[in-house]
Design a protein around this ligand. Sequence first.
Ligand SMILES: [Zn+2]
Length: 172
Amino acid sequence: MEHVAVDEVDNAVQPAAVMRRLTDELGCEDLAINYYELAPGDSFAFAYHEHSVQEEVFVVLSGTATWETESGTVTVGPNEAIRFGPGERQRGWNRTDEDGEGERVRALALGAPLSYGDQPKTAPCPECGEDAPVSIGRPDDDPEAVVTTCDDCGTEVGRWVRGDDGDNERVV
Ligand SMILES: [Zn+2]
């Protein structure tokens, strides 16, 4: 048995204000589980993506999340869950009012098996003018930050850092 207090797990730099990786804390052997808090405008993911092997379930605990899916936009409210099978493209957001009125989304993401396989992903590239394949990495100028770069032209299309208040924030 393993027991963990979610709030005591380190916050990882991610496109969500808070993302606590519970997988290793709980010693999970073939399940990925992460806790998320999304401020208005935040996303669960760095890009619109799929997992070639892993299925993924998101359980929204509070707030309302909005997913881009292959079937269009899907809104998921408190005490609702959404499941994506391997190969289904998706990206979830907190699309509530970004002017300070929006509520945080709190959610758990569960994926199995632990290994997700290939993860093809795209994001808008201002240089290419459309959704382009992107890669996720750490920039040379800030090893604490996480960036997404366009595979076609090399442009940095997203950058996330830890803010002074302890939450993650997007700066590009
Ligand atoms: Zn590009």
